[in-house]
Design a binder for this molecule. Structure first.
Ligand SMILES: Cc1cc2nc3c(=O)[nH]c(=O)nc-3n(C[C@H](O)[C@H](O)[C@H](O)COP(=O)(O)OP(=O)(O)OC[C@H]3O[C@@H](n4cnc5c(N)ncnc54)[C@H](O)[C@@H]3O)c2cc1C
Ligand code: FES
Length: 273
């Protein structure tokens, strides 16, 4: 894990409260893999004490890109950075997932800002020449980002909007089901998903029913990002060998095989995160 003062090289306002921040950090760029995240120190704020976790969106040579949705004080601070500013980063954090090179077909399901951790996986699988199919849903056309890039990166790409202003109208999980009805399951299928909990629940239930290996990128409130403070724990389906009934999202995840998560975590009534 590296703590670094990275120089902002670019920031793009993508609309709909989304921003793409690019920083120069040879150390973090060199060590980052899909599934990693960085913890961003929010400066000049008396209220935001904890660093904010943001997925590594992509790496271009010595530069790390972060896709940020501005939803509160911390993410707004990130969105207001300008070229030449310095940002204090801790990373890369998380376990990352590097071993699914035996996948035959990778199905990605992204909801909203859930695209952020999945984009880097798409570039990774493109390099490995493994087929990818992306279902990417958002509220409306303005919130569907990187359309051209995604069409190029994937073998098939289905855009879904709730209001029908771009692509299919409805929910991304309906399109996932429709795809499988048409194409059937195939040996070596792997599903990756990131998005709101109600979407993840449907994806996990579907993958369970179809016996497809499924990985989800989860979110939780985080403190240290390094496995010490326990603020990020998620309930596990079974006890571990050490007798733990929880796992730490920052060090065991944030990308997790869905079969180790206690499904109650996905219920709206779940009292945790
Ligand atoms: C591993 C990981 C990777 C992430 N990657 C990205 C990313 O690539 N891009 C991105 O835009 N966001 C990402 N997030 C979410 C991001 O960290 C939060 O949006 C951010 O911490 C909010 O901080 P804030 O100060 O702007 O908002 P706050 O003022 O702290 O919160 C605004 C609202 O959002 C809710 N909220 C805040 N943080 C979380 C959270 N972690 N989970 C659920 N609800 C929350 C609060 O309850 C509040 O209602 C990631 C989170 C995790 C755990
Ligand atoms: S954030 Fe501290 S243990 Fe995970």
């Amino acid at each position: 894990m590296i703590q670094t003062r990275a120089i902002v090289t670019n920031i793009r306002d993508l609309g709909a409260d989304y921003f793409l921040l690019e920083v120069e950090s040879p150390e973090i760029a060199g060590a980052s893999k899909p599934g990693h995240f960085v913890n961003v120190l929010i400066q000049d704020s008396a209220r935001v004490v904890l660093r904010r976790p943001i997925a590594v969106f992509d790496v271009k040579s010595n530069r790390v890109q972060l896709l940020v949705k501005s939803i509160g004080e911390g993410t707004r601070w990130i969105s207001l950075r300008e070229p030449g500013d310095v940002v204090n980063l801790l990373g890369p954090l998380g376990k990352g997932l590097f071993d699914k090179t035996d996948a035959k077909r990778v199905i990605m399901v992204a909801g909203g800002v859930g695209l952020a951790p999945l984009y880097y996986y798409l570039t990774y699988y493109k390099e490995l020449n493994i087929k990818t199919v992306l279902f990417y849903g958002a509220r409306n056309a303005k919130s569907i980002l990187f359309q051209n890039e995604l069409l190029e990166l994937t073998d098939e790409c289905v855009f879904v909007t709730e209001d029908g202003s771009l692509g299919e109208k409805g929910l991304v999980t309906d399109e996932l089901r429709r795809y499988y009805l048409e194409h059937g399951t195939a040996e070596g299928d792997v599903v990756f998903a990131c998005g709101p909990k109600f979407m993840l629940k449907q994806v996990v239930d579907f993958a369970d029913a179809e016996h497809i290996e499924c990985f989800v990128s989860l979110e939780s409130f985080m403190g240290c990002g390094a496995g010490v403070c326990l603020s990020c724990v998620i309930p596990a389906r079974h006890y571990s060998q050490d007798g733990d009934k929880y796992f730490k999202l920052c060090t065991d995840g944030p990308v997790i095989n869905s079969n180790i998560i206690d499904k109650r975590y996905f219920e709206e009534s779940y009292a945790g995160h």
